[in-house]
Structure formats: C-alpha cells, structure tokens
Design a protein around this ligand. Structure first.
Ligand code: PEP
Length: 251
C-alpha cells in the first residue's frame, strides 16, 4: 500500500518552537496560523512549557493539536523543574517530542532515559514522537544506519515494536538541524526506508517525519518521497507564512 492510500500515515507537520516566544508573540503567530490553516494534514504545535496553557486556549475549536517538547520519565514526586506526562494530558496535549538531539546532546539524555520517557508518554495516553539521527561524524564515516539502528533498538528492546502503533518516528540528522543544510532526498529516503524496515508488522503503518532545516522551498521535494510522512520543524515553525506553506505542501 502506498502512503497516499494509507489512512494511518496521514501527513503530519509538527512545529517545535524550542525556547522561543512570549505571550504577545505567540498570540500573533497563532492568530495567523489558525486563520490560514485548513486541510487534511495533521498539524501540531509544541510551545515551551509556560505557554502550554495559553496555546491550549488559542487552539480550542481549531484543527491544530498541542504537543510538548519533552517530559519527565517519572510519574510524580521530588523532581524539581520536571513536568510529568499526566500534567501534559491536563493541558490537552496529544503529542510529546522525545529524544530530540538538542536534549540528547545538551541535557545528556541517554538512550535508556529516552526509553523511560517514551513509556511514560504512552502510559498517559499521549503519542511520543521519537527522534533519532546521526552526527556529522557518523555520516562521514558511513555509520549513519548503525547509529539509527542503535537508537531504535534501545526502545524496541524494552517495549517491543507493536507499541509503535501509537507512536511517531522522526529522522533528524544532527548535522541538518538548525544548520540550513537539508539531507538530500536520497539520503533522507535511505534512512526512512531503513527505519521502516525495522518496524516489523508495522513497517507500512508508522508515520516517519523528516526534520532538519525543512523550509517552504524544499518541503515539497521531501514530502514527495515514498517513506516520508511529514516534517518536524524548528525555525520554520516560528514564521506563520513559512509554516503554513509547509503545511500546505504536505497536504
Ligand atoms: C528541530 O529542531 O527539530 C528542527 C528540525 O529544527 P530546524 O527545522 O530549525 O532545523
């Protein structure tokens, strides 16, 4: 079955605002996005934690869904500064980004910790967006698939593969995130195909997003590839015109 005829692989565009925004900026950005969006693609916005409530209110009665940028692996307790998955459900979040390379690198999140976050997210009834991706060095040494395999297997070993029925994967080459360098279509497709081949009976069912300097001018080419089901966006999600153009390209 190709992706266009597979309802489970409806296109998905996720905007990760990272540590950007203010009450005023968010309101302006979301007014333009909600006014300009209608379509069949699933669209998700992941604001910083302090703005989840605001964005939750502003997205009410719109088709756009709310997501979070990370979560604690713990249910509750003495974890200063952390946010639990059940708190995210209180705010009407539907998706949580897990294992973003900025958190793997800057917060030293390990494969092991990411697995526990993944499990906590699903236990709360939310959908994890599990990010994997190789460094520039891995890519230059031809070890990119090995890295992706390790990151995927860290999760599969704990959870099995069937739980990916309620999960999304994102391929984000570290060298392409926030750098303005996008993976070539053949590089992206090679990894997406590989990731799909690791999913067992769900190979053709799981949505796999590409992330890494996706912009309006290169989105169409990436979305045309058979194993890419949408995008995880950083920079482009902060500009309504650019964001809407990408959502429309996915549609
Ligand atoms: C990201 O942070 O997930 C990302 C893809 O960022 P950018 O689009 O800015 O490369």
């Amino acid at each position: 079955m190709n992706k266009a005829s597979n309802a489970k692989r409806r296109q998905l565009v996720v905007g990760n605002w990272k540590m950007n925004g203010s009450l005023q900026e968010n309101a302006g950005l979301l007014a333009s996005i909600t006014a300009g969006w209608q379509g069949n693609t699933d669209v998700v916005i992941c604001p910083p934690f302090p703005y989840l409530q605001q964005v939750c209110e502003l997205l009410k009665n719109t088709p756009i869904m709310l997501g979070a940028q990370t979560v604690s692996e713990h249910d509750k307790g003495a974890f200063t500064g952390e946010i639990s998955a059940s708190m995210l459900t209180d705010l009407n979040c539907k998706f949580v980004i897990i294992g973003h390379n900025e958190r793997r690198r800057m917060q030293h999140e390990s494969d092991e910790q990411i697995v526990h976050k993944f499990i906590a997210v699903q236990k709360a009834g939310l959908i994890p967006i599990l990010c994997v991706g190789e460094s520039l060095q891995d890519r230059e040494q031809g070890r990119h698939l090995e890295t992706i395999n390790r990151q995927l297997n860290a999760v599969f070993a704990h959870t099995g593969k069937d739980v990916f029925e309620n999960a999304v994967l994102a391929y984000e080459p570290v060298w392409a995130v926030g750098t303005g360098k996008t993976a070539l279509p053949e590089q992206a497709e090679e990894v997406h195909r590989f990731m799909r081949s690791q999913l067992g009976r769900l190979a053709e069912e799981v949505r796999i997003l590409y992330g890494g300097s996706v912009k309006a001018h290169n989105a169409q080419q990436l979305f045309a590839l058979p194993d890419i089901d949408g995008a995880l966006l950083g920079g482009a999600s902060l500009n309504a015109e650019e964001f809407l153009a990408i959502c429309k390209a996915a549609d």
